[in-house]
Every structure is written in structure tokens, then in C-alpha cells.
Design a protein around this ligand. Sequence first.
Ligand code: HEC
Length: 147
Amino acid sequence: MLVIIRVTDGARDMKTVTTALAALAAIVATDPADAQDRLKRGEYLANIMDCGGCHTPGVFLGKPDQERYLAGSEVGFQIPGLGIFYPPNLTSDQETGLGSWSEAEIITAVRTGVRPDGRELAPAMPWRAYAALNDADAQALARYLKA
Ligand code: HEC
């Protein structure tokens, strides 16, 4: 996106220019093309980080239910001494998914393994590997999951 601000005679004082720049920043921040790119980036990351490879029903039975992509697995990971951990629903469902989680809470869980209630996620969820995710990518991923 290319925007040219022409400072005309009437707008020579700094205040007008600052106001124009603030308005521009707001436009850029809400640019729908940009938001679309971020969603695409989030989708791409979810794919290559293989969230669906654990969090999609049927995936461990050799029949991933793509209609219910990321809706949670019925097969869990048993970790000796810790219990069985089922990859939960990551869709935006309010009751069983991440609908009530903020983007910041999703980012914290993915990068540090800490849920909003403070519980640490079992190591079957590869959050230690995801700790290296940069801020922009973490935000794109969280936004995609909430969308
Ligand atoms: C190797 C399997 C695996 C992969 C790959 C994986 N997860 Fe998980 N994830 C799990 C398991 C198992 C849990 C449950 C752990 C627990 O309850 O302690 C979990 C839990 C979570 C939670 C906490 C949800 C809740 O309701 O408590 C979030 C958020 C999450 N995963 C997001 C992701 C995202 C996003 C990706 C991809 C970037 C991903 N996971 C990839 C296995 C996986």
C-alpha cells in the first residue's frame, strides 16, 4: 500500500501533520488487505506447525476429520506419572474451544505452556519448541485461531 501525504500550505503546522499521520496509522492498522495477509500467515503457521496433526478428530486413527479441523482429538497422550492428555478443541467455540481466550492468552499458552488458569501444559504439546515464535507470527497464529 502506497500513501502519499502532501503537506499543503494550510497544513504546514506540525499539529496538522501529526494529526494526518495519526489518521494514516489508523488506516494502515485496519487495512483489510493487511488483516487478510495476517490471517493467511496464521493459517500457514498452523499448517507447518502441525496443530491439526494433534488437535483434529480422527487424526491419530488415520482418518482426520477435516470438517472438524482443530476441534480436538479423541486420542490422548499418556505420560507416565502425569496422566492422559487429549489435545483440546482449538476452534473459536465458546464452551469447548478457545472462544473465551484472549489472543494474549493463546500466545502465552503456545509459547510458554501456561494456560489462563495457571496450569502448565503437558510436554506432549510442543510449547517448548514453539517458544521461539516471534511476536508477529504468534499474533498472526492467535488471530487465525480466533477467526
Ligand atoms: C504433538 C501434538 C501437538 C501438537 C503438534 C500441538 N499440540 Fe497443542 N496440545 C497438545 C496436547 C496433548 C494438549 C493438552 C495438554 C494438556 O492438557 O496438558 C495441547 C494443548 C494446547 C492448548 C491448551 C488448550 C486448552 O484448552 O487447555 C493450546 C492453546 C494448544 N495446544 C495450541 C496448539 C497450537 C496453536 C498448535 C500448533 C501451533 C498446537 N497446539 C500443536 C498437543 C499438541
